[in-house]
Structures are given as C-alpha cells and as structure tokens.
Design a protein around this ligand. Structure first.
Ligand code: HEC
Length: 150
C-alpha cells in the first residue's frame, strides 16, 4: 500500500510539474498572400470546410481547444501540427513550385479518398471537422478539377 501511495504521489508531482513547461503555440494574425484560398478560387462551401477540417494542422493558425492548456495533450497537438505543416501548409501553398503544388493536390485527393484526413484522433474531438459523403464528393471533385488546371 505504502509503495502504491508513493508512486501515485510521484506521478501527481510529475503531472503538476509538466504543466509549467511552455509549449510553442501555432497562432498568427497575418494575412498570407500565398494562401491556397487567395491563389485559387473556390465555392464558399469548400473554403469553409477546408478551414474547419484541415487548417488547424495545415496552416500557421490553429484554433486551439480548451484542453490544449493541459499537458501532455498540448505536446501531442504540437507534434501533430508540426508534422502536418511540414507536409502541407495551406498558408504557404502559393510559394510551392508548380510541381510540388500538383503533387500536394494529388496527395490531398489520396488522403480524402482513403478517409485518412482529417485524422480520426482529431475528429473524435471535433465532430464539425468530419467530412460526410457529400462533402467528400464535393472536395474530391474540386481537387480533381484543380489538379488538371495547375
Ligand atoms: C489533427 C491534425 C490534422 C488535421 C485536422 C488534418 N491533417 Fe493532414 N496531416 C496531419 C499530419 C500529422 C500529417 C503527416 C503525417 C501523416 O501523413 O499522417 C498530415 C499529412 C497530410 C498530407 C500529406 C500526405 C502525404 O504523404 O503527402 C495531406 C495531403 C493532408 N494531410 C491533407 C489533409 C487534409 C486535406 C485535411 C482536411 C480534410 C487534413 N489533412 C487534416 C495532420 C492533420
């Protein structure tokens, strides 16, 4: 019993301790000229869905949930955002070479078709980010068309 209490106390101390380690937040008020939505035109339904479903991890501006104040959740999110942005940053899309843009559009199609994006660990907490069948069809149609015009 004594040992269990000690372990719990230790865990508690670690949990409290890690709350004081700062995380780097991904927030920005900048307007990006190279943003995907500035360089390509699209219906509002598409741009709004992309912001809600993809921009938290694939842009320089994340709308953080309240639980991001709690470690180790914040680290987990930070990691996803870092990885996601490295692969694809919609704010920087216009700075990509034409070749890279084309390849990213193809992988966006692949990810949506395979139902891999948005990540399910994310949609569990953000129901509004889920793509229903109609939305997927609309997004796929748009990106297929874009793929041939870039
Ligand atoms: C919760 C964070 C998160 C959200 C939301 C999210 N992604 Fe991602 N995305 C990632 C991460 C992390 C990676 C890199 C690792 C991987 O491929 O799983 C990634 C990778 C990608 C890639 C690159 C795959 C490749 O191999 O080139 C594409 C394309 C992509 N995401 C598209 C999207 C689209 C489109 C949406 C919205 C419909 C979206 N993502 C929503 C986190 C996210």
């Amino acid at each position: 019993m004594k040992i269990l209490k000690r372990i719990l106390l230790l865990l508690f101390i670690v949990f409290v301790g890690i709350q004081f380690i700062p995380t780097k937040m991904n927030v920005s008020n900048e307007v990006y000229k190279a943003d995907f939505m500035n360089i390509y035109s699209m219906p509002k339904t598409i741009s709004e869905k992309l912001v809600v479903s993809c921009y938290d991890c694939h842009s320089n501006n994340t709308k953080y949930p309240w639980y991001n104040k709690i470690q180790p959740v914040a680290w987990y999110l930070e990691d996803h955002i870092k990885e996601g942005k490295k692969e694809l940053n919609f704010n920087e899309f216009g700075n990509y070479s034409v070749r890279r843009q084309k390849s990213k559009i193809k992988s966006i199609i692949r990810e949506i078709e395979g139902d891999k994006m948005p990540l399910s660990s994310y949609t569990n907490m953000h129901e509004d980010a889920i793509l229903n069948a109609d939305e997927r069809k609309e997004l796929l149609g748009f990106f297929e068309m874009l793929k041939d015009s870039v």
